[in-house]
Design a protein around this ligand. Structure first.
Ligand code: HSE
Length: 442
């Protein structure tokens, strides 16, 4: 069904904004300060008709006070609203407000990755039925255009893999641990001081924020609905300085990556976890709080998208890009392209994933130990690519000399690797935990 919007003359398109935090304030300013440019690009002027906030008493950074309301439901239900921009985040009341906006015939622009990863099917279906747009470029990787490239520019290609650094906070922390040899806690405090990490950093450091983004990227890339809870998710809290050092010794850096790739004709893998990335890979050079997304497509080959992944102005750029696009569609009386979900690919269990692994363990330094370790690996079908042995820095055992083994495997199946780890842990020659990290991009 196609939405009927007014066509006559230069009537302004009415825009309601939900939320006036760091991003919302920037968006309101851009709409108010760049009205003439936006009108020229859209073919109709925009009118910001209201900004819904929780607390009307807070200072409003120079924005006209008459625009503010604490009645978000009344704002989205206001007759004639063309576009609702949702920047309050979280599941409720954002979900009900977006559904109400759609129900009242408005198109929606949102940055809400958690909501779309959990309830995208309900929201996109409602928008499809109403013939309105739901655009969400700002939900994944801030200012970086990646939603529209996947949904539109690359829609004629077959995507094989999307691998990204999609969380700036964790990239900042890992980068500090790598370049300044700080420990995790110190780097986290620095990220909090700079405003990257929240006082409660759980969503970032445990990988949940990246998992929601991975679900959205996978849905677009593979035309398959993927929810956030289907994404295998590991954060960076278990990464220690020794992991970073050992990675450096084999020419890699540790990054938190979100990966969606095709395993076979019926299965995809979607996962977020720390991984060793070889220094020569484009993602290895992504520093600070930057984000980057690396895409491999059949015909296009390898593409890299890089830029600021968070922050008020960069995220506002993505929001206003969507606003202008959605407004152009409204001005022409059409809705733009939606996601095309037609491939019912299965999201595979993590055990089915195939990748390379980097294992680190301390063993008794005696004849035959290396051969015994290799035999355990071989029994589980895991082939060793390289081995590095160094005298153990921390000799807890005084009864026999010990050595640190760093092993890089060839491609292996995760379930085999896990079975192998259990056997290694039980072996009397192994004198430490067996640390393992996946290796990607090699
Ligand atoms: N907290 C996120 C990050 C930005 O650090 O990248 C919002 O998703």
């Amino acid at each position: 069904m196609m939405m009927r919007v007014r066509q006559e003359g230069d009537d302004p398109l009415k825009v309601a904004l939900l939320g006036s935090g760091i991003v919302g304030t920037q968006v309101a300013k851009l709409i108010l300060d760049h009205g003439d440019d936006f009108a020229a690009r859209i073919g109709r002027p925009l009118e910001l008709v209201g900004i819904a906030v929780r607390d009307l008493t807070r200072p409003r950074d120079g924005l006209p006070t008459e625009l503010f309301t604490d009645d978000a439901e009344a704002l989205v239900a206001r007759p004639g609203t063309d576009v609702v921009i949702e920047l309050i985040g979280g599941i409720e009341p954002a979900k009900q407000l977006i559904l109400s906006a759609i129900d009242h015939g408005a198109s929606v622009v949102t940055a809400n990755k958690a909501l779309l990863a959990a309830h995208g099917d309900e929201i996109f279906d409602a928008a499809e039925r109403a013939g309105v747009d739901v655009y969400y470029e700002a939900a994944v990787a801030g200012a970086i255009p990646i939603v529209r490239p996947l949904r539109e520019s690359l829609v004629g290609d077959s995507i094989r893999m999307v691998m990204g650094i999609v969380n700036g906070t964790t990239n900042y922390i890992l980068d500090k641990m790598t370049t300044e040899q700080t420990d995790y806690e110190t780097a986290l405090v620095q990220a909090q001081d700079l405003g990257y990490a929240e006082a409660d950093p759980t969503a970032d450091v445990e990988g949940f924020d990246a998992a929601a983004k991975a679900a959205l990227l996978a849905s677009l890339a593979f035309h398959t609905r993927v929810n956030g809870d289907q994404v295998h998710t590991e954060g960076i809290t278990r990464i220690v300085q020794d992991d970073i050092r050992a990675a450096r010794e084999v020419g890699c850096v540790v990054k938190l990556v979100a990966i969606a790739n095709q395993l076979d004709d019926s299965q995809i893998s979607v996962r977020v976890h720390p991984a060793l990335i070889p220094l020569g890979h484009p993602l290895a050079a992504v520093s600070g709080a930057y984000n980057a997304i690396f895409v491999e497509a059949d015909a296009a080959g390898r593409l890299m998208f890089l830029g600021p992944g968070a922050g008020g102005a960069p995220t506002a750029s993505a929001v206003t890009g969507d606003l202008v696009t959605v407004a152009r569609n409204r001005a022409r009386g059409v809705a733009g392209p939606n996601q095309t979900i037609y491939n019912n690919l299965t999201v595979a269990d993590m055990g089915a994933v195939q990748t390379r692994y980097f294992l680190r363990l301390r063993v008794v330094d005696e004849p035959g130990v290396l051969a015994a370790i290799a035999t355990i690996l071989a029994r589980h079908g895991i082939s060793v690519q390289t081995v590095l042995q160094t005298p153990a820095s921390d000799t807890a055992s005084r009864t026999a000399a010990s050595a640190e083994l760093s092993l890089m495997t060839h491609m292996a199946i995760e379930s085999n690797l896990l079975a192998c780890l259990s056997e290694l842990k039980a072996n009397p020659s192994v004198r430490s935990e067996v640390r393992f990290l996946r290796v990607e991009g090699m």
